[in-house]
Each structure stands twice: as structure tokens, then as C-alpha cells.
Design a protein around this ligand. Structure first.
Ligand SMILES: Nc1nc2c(ncn2[C@@H]2O[C@H](COP(=O)(O)OP(=O)(O)OP(=O)(O)O)[C@@H](O)[C@H]2O)c(=O)[nH]1
Ligand SMILES: [Mg+2]
Length: 431
């Protein structure tokens, strides 16, 4: 890729004050000389820095005001030369400029191409590339903080220290193997299996932290409770939805899902059929749907009418409805009156607090790929521990070398490695 130039619109789609068009690669001066009319007479396309002027789009006869920013390899985000054009934020204009540059010989940048260049040129490792995506997708402060820490190298340092611990296991094992060539029994330290178990436990802890930080999507908050408890009325108030509500038990038969926010945290609210609602062919489908939602919930909320306080078992939070009709509610429940909105903010804050507590604070291993890799490494390290007890040391050494390879692959890839396609497959153009 070093000999090519790629180009893409790097700003968000749509109208804005400015659009950013980014080019990376080599021989970018050729494009600048062909289309840029600098306002400064001393401008040189090999200079780094910025220069204002006009960008010419010959096919349309346009002369567009532009800020040209030039960054030089290797001190750029991609490690290559980079040029960014800041032009008025009209999508049609930005697209015309990109089309024109492609006509001049630039390639359209594939999704994630700029970050991929940064990886190939050693500006970022793979764990940091994952973090760039996690940061783009961050939906709240906690997401953004964890992604930022990973981008700053938090995950990379964690993986590196696990790799170091593996090397510490392999060194005595490999030197025992060297001795065995000379018909002298190699000495394997007594505590090697114990140290390997400690490493496996560290890998487990990192996986657990990673799972806590890895979003499978929005956290699912599922409302369950008796028929007529007021679940759908509450769900409507929380989401702005328009589910049917009525004082007839069994009004809701589907499971309804809708996004909302909880103290700034986006969540998916799920309304379900009443637990003791009517039975019958279609009703039973609704009950089965509720059971599935219960199994997939990140947080189960038990809803009951405050007049009966008939809460279902096994819920992490309780909310009592009909607060307008009672004087007191149990101390372990949040009281709400969904029609008036009373109590809703405090309930939302309690849900957000509960979800945050569940996800743990560990700022490591944000990406699913890293979590999977750590899990695989833990399995192989344990296989090596078993082999150490029952087989010649070569077997454990081979397993631990495999674990080393798995950990290394979390951070580095050779050009053409399929892991690169996997990482960048879901990216957008321009990043
Ligand atoms: N006064 C008062 N009425 C409420 C409140 N919440 C719900 N209701 C009423 O209670 C009745 C039942 O509410 P729904 O939201 O349909 O109850 P549900 O739990 O979804 O019931 P099913 O779908 O049958 O399981 C409706 O008539 C609502 O208007 C509340 O806080 N105060
Ligand atoms: Mg309902």
C-alpha cells in the first residue's frame, strides 16, 4: 500500500460546517499540485502544516475554499504522508472532490483503511485498533473511558505482561529440554505448575473483566410481574412507547423492546406478558417469550402494584407502581406513578447504578476479540499444566509456545493475516 494513495470522506455523513477529506499514502504532492491553488505564494507541497486556498474541481468548474493540512511520514496518524482537506460541509461537494481525486489515480479507501495503515506502520497495535472502534461506538462515559484507556495502551500493556509471565514459564522448561539432548535429566523447577496455574488464573480474571466490558449490544432491562401490575404503563413512560395498557389482565402478549436512557446510559427496555396472565395457545407463546427475555436479561426488574406488593422472585430491582394510590411502599422497592412521572428519575438512576455495578470497573480487554484470545490462551496454558504432570516436558513447552503465539496475535499481525480483515470488516469508510 505504500506506493498508493487512498482517499475518503473522513467526517460524518450529512450537512455540517466543514467536511474532512483525508488522503494517505505516497506521492500526495502530485494531487495537491494538480488541484490546489494556495493563497500563499511560498507554499510548497512538501511542507508540513496548513495552508488556505482554493480547491479546483474541473468537471464542475468549481473553485472551492479549502484548508489543506499536510502531515509527513512517519510522524502522522497512519505512519504515511497524510493530507486532509477541510471544505464546506456539503455532501455533494465532498463526494465530487473525492470522485475527482479517484479520477486522478487515488484509490477509494476501504473501511478502516487509515487505521489499518497505522497498524501496518507500527503506529498502533491491534488491541489499540480495536480500541479506536470501541471509542467510535462508545455510548456512554464508561464505554468511552474504557476505550480510551485501551487506546492509550492499557490492554496492550496487560497482554504484554501476560506474555512476559509465559516467557518466565518457558525459559526453565526450554533449558530443561536443552539438557535432555545431552542425556542428562533436565531439572524442571518444582513450582513451575503452580506458577502456570497462577498465570491461568490471571488470564481468567482478564477474561472476566473483558466480558464485563464487552457490550453485546445495549444492556437489556426486562420488566416482569403479575398481569395488571402496570408494566406496560411504566414501559411507555420510560421509552415514549405506545404499548396497549388496560385494566384487563393479559393485555400484553408480545415482548416489546425499545431504546431509552437511564441517567445518560442507553438501555433497551423490555416489556413482557404478565406472569399470571391468561393461558391459551397464543398466550402461551407470550409466556415462552417472557421466559426467553428473562434468560437474556442484563437486569431483571420485578414490577408490582404497590397495593398488593406481589413481586416476582429473583429480580435484582423492585419497582412498585400506583404510587398515587398508596401511602407507603416497602423499603426495598422504588415507588413510581408512571402516568404522572413521579419517581421515574430515581428509578432510572437505580437501574443505571445497578448496571454499572454489574459490569465491574476493570478497564481492561474491551474488545470481544481480545476476550476470546485470552480465553483460548487460558485453555492452552491449562493443557500444558496437565501435560507437565503426565508427559515429557516437550508437550507442556509446545502448549505454552502456542499460548504465547495466541497472545502475540492479539497485538500484532503480518500483512495478509485474516485477523486484519476480521478487525476491519465492520468499520466505516474514512476511519
Ligand atoms: N392510578 C394508576 N394506574 C396505573 C398506574 N400504572 C398503571 N395503571 C393502570 O393499571 C392498569 C394496568 O396497567 P398495564 O400497564 O396495562 O399493566 P400490565 O402490567 O402491563 O398488564 P398486562 O399486560 O396485563 O400484564 C391500566 O389501567 C393502567 O392505566 C399508576 O401508577 N397509577
Ligand atoms: Mg402489559
Amino acid at each position: 500500500m505504500a506506493g498508493e494513495a487512498v482517499v475518503a470522506i473522513a467526517s460524518a455523513r450529512g450537512r455540517s460546517a466543514r467536511a474532512v477529506i483525508r488522503m494517505a499514502g505516497s506521492e500526495l504532492a502530485r494531487f495537491l499540485l494538480a488541484r490546489f491553488e494556495p493563497a500563499s505564494t511560498t507554499w510548497d507541497p512538501e511542507d508540513r502544516g496548513s495552508c488556505v486556498g482554493w480547491w479546483i474541481v474541473p468537471a464542475h468548474g468549481w473553485r472551492v475554499p479549502v484548508d489543506v493540512w499536510t502531515y509527513k511520514a512517519p510522524r502522522s496518524v497512519t505512519g504515511t504522508d497524510v493530507v486532509e482537506l477541510l471544505v464546506p460541509g456539503s455532501p455533494a461537494l465532498a463526494e465530487a472532490i473525492v470522485r475527482d481525486l479517484i479520477g486522478l489515480g487515488a484509490g477509494l479507501a476501504a473501511p478502516g483503511a487509515f487505521t489499518r495503515l497505522a497498524v501496518m506502520n507500527g503506529r498502533l497495535d491491534l488491541a489499540q485498533a480495536d480500541a479506536v472502534m470501541a471509542l467510535i461506538r462508545a455510548r456512554d462515559d464508561a464505554d468511552a473511558r474504557a476505550a480510551h484507556q485501551a487506546l492509550e495502551g492499557g490492554d496492550s500493556r496487560m497482554i504484554e505482561s501476560l506474555e512476559d509471565a509465559l516467557v518466565d514459564l518457558l525459559i526453565p522448561l526450554e533449558s530443561a529440554l536443552d539438557f535432555s539432548d545431552q542425556d542428562v535429566a533436565g531439572v524442571i523447577p518444582d513450582d513451575l505448575a503452580v506458577r502456570a496455574s497462577e498465570l491461568a488464573a490471571r488470564l481468567d480474571a482478564a477474561v472476566a473483566a473483558a466480558n464485563g466490558r464487552t457490550r453485546r449490544g445495549l444492556p437489556r432491562v426486562v420488566l416482569i410481574g403479575a398481569a395488571n401490575a402496570g408494566k406496560s404503563t411504566l414501559w411507555n413512560a420510560l421509552t415514549g412507547g405506545a404499548a396497549l395498557t388496560a385494566s384487563i389482565p393479559g393485555t400484553t402478549r408480545d415482548a416489546l423492546e425499545r431504546e431509552g436512557t437511564c441517567a445518560g446510559m442507553p438501555v433497551l427496555w423490555v416489556d413482557t406478558a404478565g406472569i399470571d396472565g391468561p393461558r391459551g395457545d397464543v398466550d402461551d407463546l407470550g409466556h415462552a417469550m417472557r421466559e426467553r427475555q428473562v434468560r437474556g436479561a442484563d437486569l431483571l426488574v420485578g414490577v408490582a402494584d404497590a397495593r398488593s406488593c406481589d413481586f416476582p422472585e429473583g429480580c435484582a430491582l423492585r419497582v412498585a407502581t400506583h404510587l398515587d394510590l398508596v401511602r407507603e411502599i416497602p423499603a426495598d422497592a422504588w415507588g413510581v406513578c408512571a402516568p404522572s412521572g413521579e419517581g421515574l428519575d430515581a428509578f432510572r438512576a437505580a437501574v443505571a447504578e445497578r448496571l454499572r455495578r454489574g459490569s465491574g470497573d476493570a478497564p481492561v480487554a474491551f474488545s470481544l476479540r481480545v476476550a476470546e484470545g485470552l480465553r483460548d490462551a487460558a485453555v492452552v496454558v491449562r493443557r500444558g499444566i496437565e501435560a507437565l504432570a503426565s508427559h515429557p516436558p516437550e508437550f507442556a513447552a509446545s502448549d505454552w509456545r502456542e499460548a504465547q503465539r495466541l497472545l502475540r496475535r492479539l497485538r500484532f499481525a503480518e500483512p495478509g493475516d485474516p485477523v486484519l480483515d476480521r478487525i476491519f470488516a465492520s468499520w466505516c469508510i474514512g476511519k
